[in-house]
Design a protein around this ligand. Structure first.
Ligand code: ADP
Ligand code: MG
Length: 604
């Protein structure tokens, strides 16, 4: 028997090369696409940035008829369709943002078989117009993106996803169905299969490693200073800063803006219009920095996000990896840094208490939170920890060489004396006060409260007067992070000495702190041309009204800057340049390369 499926995967690969300009599928994509082509229901679990879209787009191109893609976010469907348009793929979207007449126009186009893909919001599946359209046309395949939205266990539950299964039952010929998500937990997985009505699905969990991302956890650093330093040293790059609450987002956003750096913000407290506007500015590279709660990000396929900073610790590893994973989708290096503070634990516990009521679920959320806390404290390889968490077996002692545990290049500075001063001051204040007052006493402040309690008579008063109050507070934070000081679980947390503090006070234990400079991005060959190409990309993107990454990914610009293609054929060989992109944008980019080379030749 001729193996027909191999043939088909070859066809799929040719589509990938011709249309997308990518040489081959990633490992996980192959088996998923093969199963879809074999008419199997499929569940694809892949990390954020893993490449889920291609898993349904390529089969859609090979199958006859029109594929329906269910996608949760109306605000992003246009970008997705624009991206397909840029590739020369006939696609459209139908959602409530369109006028009645535009909707009818598209429905007519769909009925005439004009599109290979139609993106719809799940609500649309409940409308008679859409159901009757789907009954009339050939629908070989339905893809459900962000499928975890169907599960109440997930973090993005949407009631409207429950409309998918009834919709499918109304079709005369049941299409094959593929569901995609980055959420790997067992509960969510079973919910997806059951609630979407997948029939004996092939489940593929692809490797969760994102080798181009580096991971760091920084404890006890001054977050304001660190973030500001980071932003100034990465000013030409796009990044996201996640914080736990709206209030934190507002504060961080204000801090950044005050320093004159343009930044957007995004949280559930803003109006739809404001959020949309902020999101657009970020997608279009008009602002480089986005400060956001976890409300921001799902479905955002901006591929040139170069860093994701976490101002505070998220509630579990799923959320962390999903958010951090928004860096480096294009395969270029991305930096993921979590700024841990022990107070984050209290905040997350509070949020769980508030949002979860069922005792059994609360238990589970607390267990997951603990595993998140463990990530912040582990001395072992962070990547190993992450992969282990997502169920990939790790060799003990594995080292990735690209995380803050594997490459600790910080300078170690002794602070035993300062630690003793702080700890003894807390003791002398009877372990009844918070960070600020302790720091004020050590600084020797004559603040009203200090005098009221007569702390100016303590032997520790003014002991650290040569340090700024802020530095003293930073050191206290560090002692909290390292487990010498505990914080009470109250509205105004009080500092308490923990057991290891005794050893320090007796002089039996040294305390050190790590000083970690924000690294400047290392200059790379082709940087100058890369900057020019990036400016050109922005120009063309604005002209066409699409986000810049839709024109070309950063990785594509990189390759052009390094390989200096002079002919169309050479440009076509660059990863991410397919036939349609070549026709649309090839000429200006070739000209830019030529101009650059001529200039180099002149300049010697
Ligand atoms: P996900 O939806 O899984 O988070 P996307 O589908 O948005 O990820 O893909 C992330 C990025 O990876 C996109 O920029 C996409 O073009 C790129 N990509 C996907 N598959 C491949 C491939 N086989 N080769 C090169 N790049 C790919
Ligand atoms: Mg996606």
């Amino acid at each position: 028997m001729i193996n027909n499926t191999n043939l088909t995967l070859d066809q799929a690969r040719r589509v990938l090369q011709r249309i997308y300009g990518y040489p081959d599928f990633r490992e996980g994509q192959k088996s998923i696409i093969q199963d879809i082509l074999r008419n199997q229901d499929t569940l694809g679990i892949m990390p954020t940035g893993g490449g889920k879209s291609i898993c349904y787009q390529v089969p859609a191109l090979l199958l006859p008829g029109t594929t329906i893609v269910v996608s949760p976010l109306i605000s992003l469907m246009k970008d997705q369709v624009d991206a397909l348009d840029g590739l020369g793929i006939p696609a459209t979207y139908i959602n409530s943002s369109l006028t009645g007449s535009e909707t009818s126009r598209r429905l007519r186009g769909a009925a005439a078989g004009e599109y290979k893909l139609i993106y719809v919001a799940p609500e649309r599946l409940e409308t008679d117009m859409f159901v009757s359209l789907a009954q009339r046309i050939d629908v070989p395949f339905v893809a459900i993106d962000e499928a975890h939205c169907v599960s109440q266990w997930g973090h993005d539950f949407r009631t409207s996803y429950l409309a998918v299964a009834p919709f499918l039952r109304q079709l005369e010929r049941r299409p094959r169905i593929a569901a995609f998500t980055a959420t790997a937990t067992e509960n969510v997985r079973t919910d997806i299969v059951r609630l979407l009505g997948l029939e004996s699905p092939k489940v593929h969990v692809t490797g969760f490693d994102r080798s181009n991302l580096s991971f760091s956890v920084l404890k006890g650093v001054n977050r304001e200073d660190y973030v500001m330093q980071y932003l100034t040293r990465h000013e030409d790059q796009a990044g996201i800063i996640y914080a736990a609450t709206r209030k934190e987002v507002d504060q961080v956003h204000q801090m950044i803006r005050r320093k004159g750096i343009p930044a957007g913000k995004y949280h559930a407290g803003l109006s739809d219009g404001e959020r949309q506007e902020m999101q657009n500015q970020f997608l279009r590279d008009d602002v480089r920095v986005m400060v956001a709660t976890n409300a921001f990000g799902m479905g955002i396929d901006k591929s040139n996000v170069r860093y994701v900073l976490h101002w505070s610790m998220p509630k579990n590893m799923e959320s962390y990896y999903q958010e951090a994973g928004r860096a480096g989708r294009d395969g270029e290096p991305g930096e993921c840094i979590l700024l841990y503070q022990p107070q984050d634990i209290l905040m997350q516990k509070f949020l769980i208490e508030q949002s979860v009521s069922a005792p059994e679920r609360k238990q589970q959320e607390f267990r997951k939170l603990q595993l998140m806390i463990d990530y912040c404290h582990t001395q072992n390889c962070l990547r190993s920890y992450i992969l282990g968490y997502f169920g990939e077996r790790q060799e003990t002692g594995a080292k990735c060489g690209n995380c803050s545990s594997c490459n600790d290049d910080s300078e170690v500075v002794d602070m035993t004396v300062e630690a003793q001063q702080i700890l003894s001051c807390i003791r002398r204040m009877n372990e009844r006060f918070g960070v600020t007052l302790v720091a004020q006493v050590l600084k020797g402040s004559s603040n009203k409260r200090v005098l009221e309690f007569r702390f100016d008579r303590l032997p520790t008063y003014g002991l650290m007067k040569h340090h700024s109050e802020k530095t003293i507070m930073d050191m206290i934070q560090l002692l909290i992070a390292d487990g010498y000081i505990g914080l009470t679980d109250s509205q105004y947390p009080v500092l308490r000495l923990l057991a290891p503090a005794a050893d320090v006070l007796r002089g039996e234990k040294q305390v050190s702190r790590k000083v970690r400079e924000v690294k400047k991005r290392v200059a790379r060959a082709g940087d100058a041309l890369f900057d020019e190409l990036r400016a050109l990309r922005k120009q063309l993107a604005d002209r066409d009204g699409v986000p810049p990454y839709v024109v070309f990914a950063d990785s594509t610009l990189r390759e052009i800057a390094e390989q200096l293609p002079e002919t169309e054929a050479q440009l076509l060989a660059v990863k991410g340049v397919g036939q349609a992109k070549l026709t649309k944008y090839g000429l200006p980019f070739l000209e830019a390369v030529r101009a650059y080379m001529a200039q180099q030749a002149l300049g010697g």
